[in-house]
Design a protein around this ligand. Structure first.
Ligand code: SF4
Length: 311
């Protein structure tokens, strides 16, 4: 199936997914946490999959079946592999833009050093690039790249793309327990992400069955640390822990306010007390949420924060 959904997404609203990679899963990476399973064809050579006209026709037919309030905010390339391996990606994006719906691409960023790949992605309205590792050893451990890829070359490609892309650029970093959840990696990653200057840097944790069974989410304390290291560099950083939420401030519903805000970023103790006061609530609410394993207190540099408990 070429198109699926729409599915709700905090990042993109209603998103109609597009899979431009034909079976088998074809990717330049074999990420240990990949929810699409192991990479059956690992390559960094671009090739032709579907004809762009087939993708366009399939999406138009899909759109025709949707009710008005299901109409997507984005057409999003989330492939059975790496979408930029498709040599026709740029032509497909151009055709899809005729629908009037913005186009988003989630890429692992490993091919951005290739000029035609960058040219293709420049056509998209929104691009998310994967950045999990701040050093080459961690990169090998978590992303398991195809032969022929080089870490420094990819960083150069990311910088070239940053300088040429005019749309909305985000980064996504998956944090895996015992693999890339250490302080040095957070600092190295944050430095690279700072250069990219994304509109939002997302820090995510594995929430779906991974390619490798040993993959586990990091301890909330580690995710909290990563968030602070990014935030200290003034990077607009949000958490993706499987919970939808939005930092909507005080709405009057104290439970929803706490769950929404902590789904996006850690909530400082002082901010929590202020929120309770504004909503005429007390610490019993916080205790109840902790007892239900919905939030968890964590420490960072001697200060207490609350974060969504995703275990
Ligand atoms: S880059 Fe994406 S599709 Fe490829 S292995 Fe990693 S998570 Fe899976």
């Amino acid at each position: 199936m070429i198109s699926f959904g729409p599915v709700p997404s905090r990042r993109l609203g209603k998103s109609l997914g597009i899979n431009n990679i034909v079976y088998p899963k074809t990717c330049s990476y074999g990420c240990i946490y990949c929810q699409a399973g192991n990479t059956l064809k690992k390559t960094c050579i671009r090739e032709s999959f579907y004809e762009p006209e087939n993708i366009y026709d399939s999406v138009c037919k899909h759109l025709d079946t949707l009710r008005d309030n299901d109409y997507p905010d984005f057409l999003t390339f989330v492939s059975n592999g790496e979408p930029t391996l498709d040599v026709n990606l740029g032509r497909s994006i151009n055709l899809l833009k005729k629908t009037g719906i913005p186009v988003a691409v989630l890429t692992n960023s490993s091919l951005l050093h290739i000029e035609p790949v960058r040219e293709d992605l420049y056509l998209a309205n929104w691009v998310s690039i994967k950045m999990d590792a701040g050093d080459i050893i961690t990169w090998y451990m978590i992303n398991r790249p195809a032969r022929g890829l080089d870490f420094e070359t990819i960083l150069t490609g990311i910088k070239l793309f940053r300088n040429g892309f005019k749309g909305i650029l985000c980064t996504e970093s998956m944090i895996v327990r015992g693999i890339n959840d250490f302080t040095e990696n957070f600092y190295a990653l944050a430095e690279i992400v700072k250069y990219v200057d994304p509109s939002t840097a997302y820090l995510s944790v594995p929430t779906r069955p991974p390619a490798e069974r040993y993959v586990k989410p990091p301890e909330p304390e580690k995710l909290n640390e990563a968030w602070h290291i990014f935030d200290n560099l003034n990077i607009n950083t949000e958490l993706l822990t499987g919970y939808e939420g939005a930092d909507t401030g005080f709405t009057g519903n104290v439970y929803e306010d706490i769950l929404n805000i902590t789904a996006v970023h850690p909530l400082r103790e002082e901010a929590m007390l202020k929120l309770l006061e504004n909503d005429n609530a007390d610490l019993n609410v916080v205790r109840a949420l902790i007892n239900q394993h919905l939030i968890k207190p964590v420490l960072y540099e001697g200060k207490k924060y609350f974060i969504r408990d995703y275990h």
